[in-house]
Design a protein around this ligand. Structure first.
Ligand code: AMP
Ligand code: ZN
Length: 116
């Protein structure tokens, strides 16, 4: 299920352009428009799940598919060997701006040690 008002659902539908890195029936990965590192890919489910708070038994198959896609996306992005970080921001305190769950795959440089 997609949401007509959601920017990432519009990207899934092709109504907003994106720089695609990987796609399958469940998962879309595209380059972040405002990268914080040489590699910054956003990984999203092809269904409208608002945040980690909304993960349920009914939709968790999408999370499984996302994690199965991560090594493929990392290879495609050229960071499989050197490593990378996966980040999910949830809600206000987590700093989530786009209300469609997404995982940041960040790499291409030695990342800082702190995550807070
Ligand atoms: P977050 O703060 O975790 O919600 O991350 C939202 C991310 O979406 C930010 O890193 C933005 O740069 C990115 N973003 C927003 N709009 C677009 C877009 N149209 N295409 C690619 N990335 C986007
Ligand atoms: Zn959405």
């Amino acid at each position: 299920m997609l949401d007509d008002e959601c920017i990432f659902c519009k990207i899934i539908k092709g109504e907003i352009p994106s720089s695609k890195v990987y796609e399958d029936d469940y998962v879309l990965a595209f380059n972040d428009i405002n990268p914080v590192a040489p590699v910054h890919v956003l990984i999203i489910p092809k269904t409208h799940i608002v945040s980690a708070n909304e993960i349920t038994e009914e939709n968790s198959e999408y999370m499984k598919k996302i994690y199965e896609a991560i090594p493929k996306i990392a290879k495609e992005a050229g960071v499989f060997e050197d490593g990378y970080r996966i980040v999910n921001n949830c809600g206000e305190n987590g700093g989530q701006e786009v209300k469609h769950i997404h995982f940041h795959l960040i790499g291409g440089m030695k990342l800082g040690l702190k995550i807070v």
